[in-house]
Design a protein around this ligand. Structure first.
Ligand SMILES: C[S@@+](CC[C@H](N)C(=O)[O-])C[C@H]1O[C@@H](n2cnc3c(N)ncnc32)[C@H](O)[C@@H]1O
Ligand code: SF4
Ligand code: SF4
Length: 346
C-alpha cells in the first residue's frame, strides 16, 4: 500500500512545560516559550498539513496547554477537517478546560501516566502531586465527554506496574491505554532502558491483556515487533515501523523528521512546503525502503518486511538510523550496543 500523505503528523507546538520528566525526548522545561511557532505560522502550518491530505494532527510539545493560544490552533485544525488529538501531562486540565476541549471537537486526549502509584509517577515526572492531577485530568475529560487514552512508557522504574496501569486506566474511564516503547534519546539515559527480554515478556503479557480486557478497555501498543506476536490477519496493516511513511514530526525548529524520537531532519518548512518535503526529501525516501537497513540484527532478519526494527532506537544507540535495533527481544543485540556505547565513553 502506498500513502500519498502521512496518516498523522505530530507537531511540536512548544518546548515550554510545567513538568521535567526524566525521559523527555523533547527536552522540554519551564520557560521554553511558544515563540518557536507564532500563532500565524502555526495556522499556516495547519493549512499546509490539511492541504496535503493528512488525516490526523497530533499536537504535542512540550505541553500544548502552556500555549495561551492552544484553543485557536485546535479550532483551526478542526475547521480544516483534521482529526485532532493531543497528549498532556494533565496538570492544566481543569473541568472548564476539559469542557472547552470537548466543545472544540478534539477527537482524543492522551493523558500521560508513567506509573500506577504517585511514588512511581512523581519519581519520573518530578512534580509534586502530578499523579493526582493526571488522574483528575482523565476524570475531568471523561466527565466532559472527551475520549481519553492513557499513555504509558515502560522504563526500568515503572515496567513492573504494567498490569496495575491497565486497571488504573480502566478505573479512570479511559477508552484506551497505549504503550509506547521508550527510546533512549536526549534527556533519558541508557539506565532507564529495560532489558530486551523484559520487554519481550511485557509485550507478550500486553497482547494477552488485550484479549482479557476486550470490551472494557482497548489495550494498544506502539512497537514495531508486535505484529510478529499476532496472527497474520490481526497484524498491523502498515507492517512495523512507520517512520517517514505512516507518520512524521514537525519540530519547534520547523524541521520535518520521520518520527518523534528520530531527530534526523528531512527538510525545513522555512525553505519548502510540507507537501514538497513529504514528496521529495531524500531522507524520507531512504527510510521508506527497508533495503537501506544494512547492518546489525535487522539487516539479515527474516521479519524485516513485517517489522523493520525501531529506526529511532538504531539512531539513538548507533547514531545510524539504518543500523540494527538493540531493543529487539527476538534477535537480541543489546550487549553489542552497550559495548558500542562504552567505547564512545572512553
Ligand atoms: C513529549 S510528551 C508531550 C506531551 C505532554 N507533555 C505529555 O507529557 O504527555 C508526549 C509523550 O511522549 C512520551 N515520551 C517522552 N519521552 C519519551 C522517550 N524518550 N521515549 C518514548 N516516549 C517518550 C511521554 O511520556 C508522553 O506520553
Ligand atoms: S514528557 Fe511531556 S510533561 Fe514530561 S517534560 Fe516532556 S513535554 Fe513535559
Ligand atoms: S531484528 Fe529487527 S526486523 Fe527482526 S524482529 Fe528484531 S527489530 Fe524486527
Amino acid at each position: 500500500m502506498k500513502l500519498k500523505s502521512p496518516l498523522y503528523v505530530v507537531w511540536e507546538t512548544t518546548l515550554d512545560c510545567n513538568a521535567r520528566c526524566i525521559h523527555c525526548y523533547s527536552d522540554a522545561c519551564f520557560g521554553h516559550g511558544p515563540d518557536y511557532w507564532s500563532l500565524e505560522e502555526g495556522l499556516e502550518l495547519i493549512d499546509q498539513i490539511a492541504d496535503a491530505g493528512v488525516l490526523i494532527l497530533a499536537l504535542s510539545g512540550g505541553e500544548l496547554l502552556m500555549r495561551p493560544d492552544w484553543d485557536k490552533l485546535v479550532e483551526h485544525a478542526v475547521d480544516r477537517g483534521l482529526r485532532v488529538t493531543f497528549a498532556t501531562n494533565g496538570i492544566l486540565v481543569t473541568p472548564d478546560v476539559a469542557r472547552r476541549i470537548r466543545e472544540l471537537g478534539v477527537f482524543n486526549v492522551s493523558v500521560s501516566l508513567d506509573g500506577a502509584s504517585s511514588e512511581t509517577h512523581e519519581a519520573i515526572r518530578k512534580v509534586p502531586r502530578i499523579f493526582e492531577k493526571a488522574c483528575e485530568a482523565a476524570r475531568n475529560l471523561v466527565a466532559a465527554g472527551v475520549r481519553v487514552t492513557i499513555n504509558y512508557t515502560p522504563m526500568r522504574p515503572n515496567i513492573h506496574e504494567a498490569p496495575a496501569m491497565i486497571k488504573l486506566a480502566h478505573s479512570l474511564g479511559a477508552e484506551k491505554i497505549n504503550l509506547t516503547e521508550y527510546v533512549y534519546t536526549t534527556r533519558g539515559g541508557v539506565d532507564l532502558m529495560p532489558r530486551p527480554e523484559e520487554l519481550g515478556d511485557l509485550m507478550e503479557f500486553w497482547t494477552k491483556a488485550g484479549q482479557d480486557w476486550a470490551g472494557k478497555i482497548e489495550v494498544d501498543w506502539h512497537d514495531c515487533r508486535v505484529a510478529l506476536l499476532l496472527p497474520e490477519e490481526e497484524a498491523d496493516p502498515y507492517k512495523g515501523c512507520g517512520a517517514g511513511y505512516t507518520h512524521c514530526r514537525v519540530t519547534v525548529d520547523h524541521d520535518v523528521t520521520p518520527c518523534v524520537v528520530l531527530p534526523v531532519p528531512a527538510g525545513n518548512l522555512r525553505e519548502m512546503s510540507f507537501r514538497e518535503i513529504w514528496e521529495s526529501a531524500p531522507e524520507l525516501h531512504k527510510i521508506r525502503s527497508r533495503d537501506n537497513i544494512t547492518s546489525g540484527n535487522c539487516a539479515a532478519c527474516e521479519f524485516k518486511s513485517r517489522c523493520g526494527g525501531c529506526r529511532a532506537a538504531a539512531y539513538a544507540w548507533y547514531d545510524d538510523a539504518y543500523a540494527g535495533d538493540p531493543t529487539c527481544w527476538i534477535k537480541p543485540e543489546m550487549d553489542k550496543a552497550l559495548k558500542y556505547q562504552e567505547s564512545l565513553a572512553t
